[in-house]
Design a protein. Structure first.
Length: 252
């Protein structure tokens, strides 16, 4: 990128570089990556690009607590940031507005004049669209947004990323790229909490999770934990190992 809107003091991961390239090309993108993989970098770059071009951008999240957190982070980083959560409204004329998806949904139904000035909308945690009760809000919000708006969708890994991108392409008559990575920056391990035991079992269990372990009592009954107490853990974590992979699908 010859003239990036924002630079970072660290080397970007491949999925971050690919996502930023889509934004520089003024094309929508769905970024699917595990928690803590660095999706926020893509949101920050989108905001930087809009502020540089004197455009307005909306960042949405599914819950007020996350909106409040992102407002504080973005305010410290960019300055020209407002917050709209229903309970609180701060600087509604700011170039970057942080809000819950329900607030954006309400603004679209009211025909808010703000939408005339918005160039990009960032949907964080877009996998909430699969929620049986609240998912319709995400779907209607995306449908109601003007065609000239571009999107950044940030999501956990989802099985139907291509199907979602194709829907965006048809609904808004614009390309939507899919950038996916299964890389986990934090190494993960598996632990089990056997019924009838008195602690959490630690060990190399990754290959044993698909079949009953010796001594397993099933859903009922009681099986003694044979591991020494030093190998038992007081807390419960479910961890899935991830290998460093990356794929990019574009030009839908």
């Amino acid at each position: 990128i010859a003239d990036p809107a924002r630079t970072y003091p660290f080397e970007l991961d491949p999925f971050q570089k690919a996502s930023i390239q889509c934004i520089n090309d003024n094309e929508s993108v769905l970024v699917a990556a595990h928690t803590s993989a660095g999706k926020t970098v893509v949101a920050e770059y989108t905001i930087s690009e809009c502020l540089r071009n004197k455009q307005r951008v909306i960042y949405t999240s599914p819950i007020k607590a996350l909106s409040n957190q992102k407002y504080r982070e973005f305010l410290e980083e960019f300055g020209d940031v407002g917050l709209m959560t229903g309970d609180v409204t701060i600087s509604p004329q700011a170039s970057c507005l942080v809000m819950t998806t329900e607030i954006l949904h309400s603004m679209l139904y009211r025909g808010s004049e703000v939408m005339r000035e918005v160039a990009w909308v960032v949907f964080d945690e877009i996998h909430y669209m699969r929620d049986k009760e609240r998912g319709v809000v995400w779907e209607e919000t995306i449908i109601l947004l003007p065609h000239q708006v571009h999107f950044v969708f940030l999501s956990a890994t989802i099985p139907n990323a291509m199907q979602f991108a194709e829907w965006i392409t048809k609904t808004h008559e614009q390309p939507c790229h899919v950038v996916y990575t299964d890389f986990r920056p934090t190494p993960l391990q598996h632990y089990l909490f056997p019924q009838g035991g008195d602690g959490i079992v630690a060990g190399a269990l990754a290959g044993e999770l698909t079949r009953p372990a010796p001594g397993w009592a099933g859903g009922r009954g009681r099986s003694p934990c044979r591991l020494p107490r030093s190998q038992r853990l007081p807390a419960h974590r479910w961890i899935c190992p991830g290998n460093h992979g990356f794929s990019e699908i574009d030009g839908l």
